[in-house]
Design a binder for this molecule. Structure first.
Ligand SMILES: Cc1cc2nc3c(=O)[nH]c(=O)nc-3n(C[C@H](O)[C@H](O)[C@H](O)COP(=O)(O)OP(=O)(O)OC[C@H]3O[C@@H](n4cnc5c(N)ncnc54)[C@H](O)[C@@H]3O)c2cc1C
Length: 376
């Protein structure tokens, strides 16, 4: 049986980055992925992911996202690929909304550069948005877009170059961890290692056998064409954005990076599913769920999406990550429950997984994301 230092289960956002970090630190790494490289069946596809610094969800994420920026830029240099596009980010909502309040709290706590605009000023500066009169805006420059397919591909290539063995279309069907090491089984064989990293995304509920209260949520991404001039929707004039409506529903989107289509989606509010049973077909009600909000915020786009695609969130009850060593198996590091906002952090989460697997701990501040915080 082949023997490795570390096996990584799942080569999506986190697993590809973990394999890259581990291999560059000299570990003998095996990565196992059930689908093809940078596939579209998990949570890391759809061309664009927002990256932003003033983190409305919790200021605890700010040092992690700052490290993620450094590591994305490093991966860009090493891979020679453009992974990041800086567009700035516009956070919109009433002053008391979670999005606006939380963004300002993070910005103040970490002394992050930002600008506050009223609705009229935001409309003048960013003419794509019909910012509602009762909304205010927070703009930050250190924000933009990461391309998920390119990001995963670059990390996989880097891991392979550093000596990792990566096996695709091979699904892990079981794993064991004991005092002597870990063993992982697939239909092709069994593999042994000293440590294991579990980064299975929406399949983590299966891989972790109920360890964490995770719920998989079906999410639909939509791309809309402008009903006229494309100019206001180009990344030079339109930042990435998040809008919290007065009823608390949150919507987000991206400028037309391809020069054609604007992405506009609802954050959360999708149906609960499982990774193996998710309905990947597009139904008429999917576009209907964003149409009212789209018409308010971006009235210059054509009503029906030009295309749509299904993706999955894997949520924890508090929508914060779960990062750490498995409470029952100290040889097993886990990244789970990224709750629909994990991609931007992929390289730092990979670094954290490598720290946990090789050193048993990390210098990164992951205490708020402990695995045992939901234990009764
Ligand atoms: C529509 C949508 C929009 C989003 N927008 C943003 C955003 O703007 N900004 C942001 O930061 N985040 C965003 N996210 C969240 C982010 O994309 C995810 O948090 C992140 O991609 C999850 O990474 P992961 O590595 O956990 O999962 P994945 O990238 O899905 O990787 C898990 C991998 O494990 C593999 N796997 C699972 N089980 C097995 C097994 N048994 N054997 C072998 N392989 C296995 C899977 O096939 C998969 O490749 C969004 C997510 C969605 C769905």
């Amino acid at each position: 049986m082949a023997q490795y230092d570390v096996i990584v289960i799942g080569l999506g956002a986190v697993g590809s980055a973990a394999a890259d970090h581990l291999a560059r630190r000299g570990a003998r790494v095996l990565g196992l992925e059930q689908f093809t490289p940078a596939h579209d069946r998990g949570s890391s596809h759809g061309e664009t992911r927002i990256i932003r610094t003033a983190y409305f969800e919790d200021p605890a994420y700010v040092p992690l996202v700052q490290r993620a920026f450094e590591l994305w830029e490093d991966l860009e240099r090493r891979s020679g690929r453009r992974l990041l596009t800086y567009t700035g980010a516009l956070m919109l909502g009433r002053p008391e909304s979670e999005v606006v309040r939380g963004t300002l709290e993070s910005a103040r706590r970490w002394d992050l550069p930002h600008e506050e605009l009223d609705a009229a000023a935001a409309r003048r500066r960013f003419p794509a948005f019909a910012v509602p009169e009762d909304a205010v805006a927070v703009y930050e420059e250190r924000a933009g877009v990461v391309n998920p397919e390119l990001g995963v591909t670059a990390a996989l290539d880097a891991a392979r170059e550093a000596g990792a063995e990566l096996r695709f279309e091979e699904r892990v069907v079981g794993w064991d961890a004991g005092d002597a090491g870990v063993e992982v089984g697939t239909p092709e064989g069994r593999y042994r290692a000293s440590r294991l990293v579990i980064a299975g995304g929406a399949w983590n509920p299966v891989l972790l056998e109920g360890l964490l209260p995770l719920q998989v949520e079906r999410q639909v991404m939509h791309w809309f064409l402008p009903d006229g001039d494309i100019a206001p929707y180009l990344p030079e004039r339109m930042p990435v954005f998040l809008w919290e409506r007065p009823d608390g529903a949150q919507f987000y989107g991206f400028p037309a990076l391809d020069g054609e289509a604007v992405k506009f989606c609802r954050h959360h509010g999708g149906e609960t599913t499982t990774a193996d049973d998710v309905d990947r077909s597009i139904r008429p009600e999917d576009a209907a769920r964003v149409e009212e909000a789209r018409a308010v915020l971006l009235p210059g786009l054509k009503p029906s999406p030009a295309r749509s695609k299904v993706c999955m969130y894997t949520n924890t009850p508090d929508l914060n990550f779960c990062l750490g060593l498995h409470p029952a198996f100290s040889r097993v590091a886990v990244a789970a429950g990224l709750s629909g906002h994990g991609f931007k952090f992929a390289p730092v989460l990979g670094e954290i997984m490598a720290d946990l697997a090789l050193d048993g701990g990390t210098r990164h501040p992951i205490e708020p994301f402990r695995l045992d915080r939901f234990a009764k």
